[in-house]
Structure formats: structure tokens, C-alpha cells
Design a protein around this ligand. Sequence first.
Ligand code: ARG
Length: 272
Amino acid sequence: MTGVELNSVLKNYIFKIALSFYCVWCLGCGQGSQEIIKPKLVIAIDATFVPMSFLNDQGGLDGFEVDLIKAVAKKAGFDYELVNVEWGGLFGGLITKKFDLVISSITILEERKKRMAFSIPYLQSGVSVLVRKDIPNVNNLEQLAEKKATVGAQINTTSYYFLQKYEGINIKTYEKFGHAIIDLANNGNDGVVGDSVQANYYFNKNKELTQNARFLGSRLTSENYGIVLGKKNTKLKQKVDASLKELLKNGTVQKLHDKWNLGEFAVVPLPE
Ligand code: ARG
């Protein structure tokens, strides 16, 4: 064998060894195979959205979604810590891995799916519109737009995106949904768009609102709420989905729907 031949045989060997190392390494890189589910999960929830999640009189987290996530965690065998995080901080904290899961009446949207993963839907809801009674001849959003009305919504929610479709409406944004509602009660805006369960709850609770505002039709969109996860957390998603599926099938979610009086404003979906 000449020196040149020896050199190429050697090169061939080195190439094959390197290739086999690369393959073994790659096997470990498959979607989710490197994923380790933390022994204690951090679950974020925005406790300003009654009756889905809120702080009760004792200062504890309470509501439909608090009950639901506890049931999911129990079924999946997760140890967890629930943290109260405001709406504006939920997605950023999930993406930067400060939280492992987020539950906060979050609508599953294609746009959001580019950055985050969602569980199977646990509730179907949508947006409703409240308007001041003293605004005459208004039966739909087009008419509100014609009047150049000021309508409130929580920032970066589906209610806010919904309002953006109506040219002419002056959108007033709020960090918290409750603030939009208080503003409506004080005539700070002409109407408010919000998730229908919550809009109905605040409407009934706030006396001025019950007197001075009315619903414009009923639920205007159909949206699905999902638990939000990191995009690469495939194993975690499988566990969350399996637990949710069981809780949807065995009637637990429906029982919580009844307990929290969600009424016709939200529907428990049937899992496939
Ligand atoms: N369902 C709406 C959305 O996903 C509103 C969610 C607001 N949630 C909250 N906890 N403030 O955009």
C-alpha cells in the first residue's frame, strides 16, 4: 500500500467512526427524547379573571381553572406550585421557561401556536359585547363603529383582536379585564368586549353595570381554551392531554362547569 492509499483508508475509517458517533448522538435528539419533566412543575395562572381564576376572601387561588389544573396535576401525578402572574407576563414567562404550564382562559390560536404548544381544548367559549344603555340605536358592532364609539378590551386578547376588525371603533386597552369593566360602569368607555363567561360574571356582580349596560347579542365567536406549554415539551403535553381527556370523559370538567355556574356562556367539549 502506498502512503497515499494508506492515507485515504485512514481518512475513510475516521469518517466512519465520526459518522457513527454523530448517529448515536442524533438518536438522542429526537423530538422530546431529551425532555426531562421537572420533579416540581411551576404552573402560572392570572388570578384576575373571575370565575375562572381569582383570589378568594382568604387570599387563596380559586376558580374553575384552579380546580381544573389541580385535577389535571393529580391525575398526571405531578407535583406542582401554582403562581399568580398577571396576563402581560404569562407568555413571556412560559417561553423563557420560568413556568412549565399556563392556564388562564387562553384561546388556542394558530398565531400563538407558532411560539407555544397547547393542550387539547378543555372549554369552548368566545367573546361578548357590553354597551351602555344610553347609546341609542345600536344593535351590532358595525353600528358602534359608525358612531366612532370607544370600546374597551384587555390588551392582546382575542377581544382586542376582534375589535381591530372594526374600522371606526376607537379601541381603549386595559391591562386587566376588570379595569375595562369598572371604566364602563363609570362611563369611561361606551362598551367592552370580553370573554363571555367573565363579561357575564362582572355584569351581574356590578350593580351600576347591570343598570346602565346591556349585552349586544350573545356570544359572538367560538373559541377553545387550552393549557399552554413550551413548544418542545412533547412528553409533558402527552401527559397533560391524557389527563384532560380522562377528566373530560368522566364528567369531572362538566361538574366544575356546574360548580362555577358557567352556564350557556361556555361549553365543555367532547374529546375525540
Ligand atoms: N381568551 C382570551 C385570549 O386568550 C382572553 C384571555 C384572558 N385571560 C386572562 N387570564 N386575563 O386572548
